[in-house]
Design a binder for this molecule. Sequence first.
Ligand code: F6P
Length: 344
Amino acid sequence: MRIGVLTGGGDCPGLNAVIRAIVRKGADVHGHELVGFRYGWAGVLEGDTTPLTHESTAGILHRGGTILGTSRTNPYGGDADGTAAVREAMERAGVDALIPIGGEDTLGVAGRLSADGVQVVGVPKTIDNDLAGTDVTFGFQTAVQIASDAIDRLHTTAESHNRVMVVEVMGRHAGWIAAHAGIAGGADAILVPERPFDVGDVAASLRRRHERGRTFSIVVVSEGAVPKDGSGLTTTSGEKDAFGHERLGGVAVGLGQELERLTGYETRVTILGHVQRGGTPTAYDRVLATRFGVAAIDAAHEGRWGTMAALRGTEVELVPLADAVAEPKLLDPALLEVAEVFFG
Ligand code: F6P
């Protein structure tokens, strides 16, 4: 078989490890020909391909980003007949099957293609860890490590200046990064999209802590967290991407100002942004990404179309693609209960 591989959506540490694993097992063991589509679905539609060989994927295991490039192109955007367009593009490229590596949007496209009979196996990717069907996505652990390292650094400067530090982390629909980095970094408040926050309650909690003698506090907030007052998401522009998502960012700014006003404590804001997605993946993410890549190419070899590699407990299994994209995987409330033990 000639199998096309693409990476779509936001990049994520571990993508190159997946590509390497698909090629190594797919070409060297199963004898398939692998071809990369550049820049996600854009490369599929435009026939922008690059050969993927043992040689061209050597030395990439530890590298962040994606050697294939990525985009948020949506083949079904507008009124387009995405299935027909992708089918024709696959025929032109002489490709029999696709392995898209992506999050809710890229795998959403994969799910629609699969429902229409296109031969597809998915690999779940997002630093947000909000894809259903898998316990964990690769890239998440790296993002958490970067965020908790940042919180450690903010701790010492917060303590030196007796300040409140508000740290904004990624997480559009789900607060997985905020909860994990917040617990790892000893945060004094964690605000997540799943639970709209009351800034007065946060201020009161910080005041209680400071009345007990502490002179600084760390507040971790997801970019997708919203206040209870109904003012909604904080966005950096009115623009939406091809899948209808707003560009989030900046909730920490208003929150920091309001906390300073309500408490009188000097406050500073740090927005970690894309730092969380860049650079080398952790060892855990390299291993998970490698396991997903091997499982995906094995699935394609066996013709198990319409599936996605997933981590269930400690095992990598195949689950229906549709399971991954039906609903986002939201934060387990039990995790927030653990975090709350240390608030105030
Ligand atoms: O989906 C992953 C993610 O990193 C989100 O946490 C964030 O909202 C979004 O991508 C940012 O996307 P972009 O790279 O387009 O700014």
